[in-house]
Design a protein around this ligand. Structure first.
Ligand SMILES: [Fe+2]
Ligand SMILES: [Fe+2]
Length: 194
């Protein structure tokens, strides 16, 4: 069961440190992650917490984000070090430890990889990655399609999401982190075998 007092603390922190829009996004991602966890048999409480806190470092000063990110014991690739929009996920996974004393490895991992994904991605991390893409506040062109995939199959949705994300990065001339390619290759393999 979720500790309501604890959740209240997380929400208060987010209210103080995020814009109204991003606070709302965080609440929506938590809700979407909870639903996906129930649907696909993952820990719903952990999904809710990771979804709620996934962007907790997003509005910190960018130099502060990098400073915190570099304390992460999880690998930070050179490509990630050169992509400022990716810092907040790594910084966030550290911040939840120092700010809230969260030690759960699955929650920390889900926050860490919510932007780039990774090979052998745990189910909870997949759920938070997708919840971030299909949350109620999202309104990009293919969001309805993505919601449909997420409703049909976790693997199909991950495959489509990674294909979309990689294609988009390539079209902008951006480098692709190796962990993203590893994730994509995993889901290509899964889709071919189903
Ligand atoms: Fe994010
Ligand atoms: Fe997000």
């Amino acid at each position: 069961m979720l500790d309501k007092k604890q959740i209240g603390k997380y929400k208060a922190y987010l209210k103080d440190n995020l814009s109204k829009k991003r606070y709302n996004h965080s609440i929506n991602v938590a809700g979407a992650a909870l639903e996906l966890a129930r649907k696909y048999g993952a820990d719903a409480d952990k999904a809710y917490i990771a979804g709620l806190l996934h962007d907790c470092a997003k509005e910190l000063d960018i130099t502060k984000q990098l400073e915190i990110a570099l304390t992460s014991p999880l690998d930070v690739s050179d490509i990630e070090k050169n992509a400022t929009p990716l810092y907040h996920a790594i910084a966030g996974s550290e911040l939840v430890k120092t700010e809230f004393g969260i030690t759960d490895k699955e929650i920390i991992h889900a926050i860490r990889y919510h932007t780039v994904a990774c090979g052998n991605m745990p189910k909870l991390s997949q759920i938070v990655y997708l919840a971030d893409l299909i949350s109620e506040d999202r309104d990009y062109k293919d969001v309805k399609k993505m919601r449909k995939y997420a409703d049909q199959s976790l693997e199909k949705a991950m495959y489509e999401a990674l294909k979309f994300s990689i294609t988009d990065s390539v079209s902008k001339g951006n480098a692709i982190p190796e962990c993203t390619l590893e994730a994509y290759n995993d889901f290509v393999r899964i889709m071919k075998n189903t």
